[in-house]
Write a protein that binds this ligand. Structure first.
Ligand code: IPE
Ligand code: IPE
Ligand code: MG
Length: 264
């Protein structure tokens, strides 16, 4: 197999947002989704199409992640959840898992200053067991360093599974029932929401999945129960802020009814 060299410099994002690229569309006031989730899919296929190993696709995704964050800031998105590594991704080859763990750790380490400058508050959603300690350490350092930032919360969903999150909430509630703090017959939706990984983060309004796949793959089943879904054909390394803006533009024209009837 032959390997083509990729010029990562040319793929890199500018040091600060707002510098280059197209202009953010003028979305109607108050219409931009508060919380957007992105299922960043298609890295492996992007690499394979170029005769590269799958991990090269993950590398090519890094600048796209930061371009997407920049685009979310420009659009006025307040919370951005990025599906980075799922509880199911441990099924991949040991070498790919090893790469993804080390790469996630390194990206958080390398990019924390940039995120801090942009006003990003770094968050993490996921399960502790099995996740590399060095990844958790970098996440915790970044979260501590950026905890006062208020421009946007970027939630890295690493070792995240929606069913795991709900099961973890159920475990925490069961412990409180056993301790006599909660009545077992009184478990409410509100109580479950309060025991999710980041209970202060509002429900997800828009989930974008790249690469043409039309499924949510265990991403935010509770938080995105009423989200609008946007499936875009581009593989994630071919995306960027324009893809995000296109999905937001589609979202602002959707009619969200939440089971009710819209007043005409
Ligand atoms: C998304 O791209 C990245 C992760 C799931 C970590 P994939 O690695 O799933 O790429 P495809 O879907 O196989 O092309
Ligand atoms: C979803 O992508 C997980 C992440 C983007 C981290 P996958 O590629 O793992 O999902 P499936 O296998 O297509 O459902
Ligand atoms: Mg995939």
């Amino acid at each position: 197999m032959s390997f083509k060299a990729v010029d990562y410099q040319s793929l890199d994002v500018p040091a600060a947002p707002f510098a280059e690229g197209g202009r953010v569309p003028a979305f109607p006031a108050g219409a931009v989704p508060r919380h957007v989730g992105v299922i960043m899919d298609g890295n492996g296929r992007w690499a394979q199409q170029r005769g590269l190993v799958r991990t090269e696709g993950h590398r090519a995704a890094e600048p796209v992640v930061f371009d997407t964050i920049a685009g979310a800031i420009e659009a006025g998105v307040r919370y951005l959840s990025l599906y980075t590594f799922s509880t199911e991704n441990w099924k991949r080859s040991p070498s790919e898992v090893h790469f993804l763990m080390g790469f996630s750790r390194d990206i958080i380490h390398r990019r924390v200053s940039q995120m801090d400058e942009w006003g990003v508050r770094v968050r993490w959603s996921g399960r502790r067991p099995r996740l590399w300690k060095s990844v958790i350490n970098e996440l915790e350092t970044a979260m501590e360093r950026t905890k006062q930032n208020t421009t946007i919360d970027v939630v890295f969903c690493i070792n995240y599974g929606g069913r795991a999150e709900i099961a973890d909430a159920a475990t925490a509630i069961a412990q409180e029932v056993a301790a006599g703090n909660i009545k077992g017959s009184k478990v409410s939706e509100k109580m479950i929401a309060e025991h999710l990984y980041n209970p202060d983060i509002p429900d997800c309004d828009l989930v974008i999945r790249t690469s043409g796949e039309q499924r949510t793959s265990n991403f935010l089943p509770w938080e995105a129960a009423y989200a609008e879904l946007a499936f875009v054909p581009e593989l994630f390394p071919d995306c960027g802020r324009e893809v995000l803006w296109r999905a937001i533009d589609e979202y602002v024209h959707r009619d969200r009814r939440f089971g009710g009837v819209k007043k005409s």
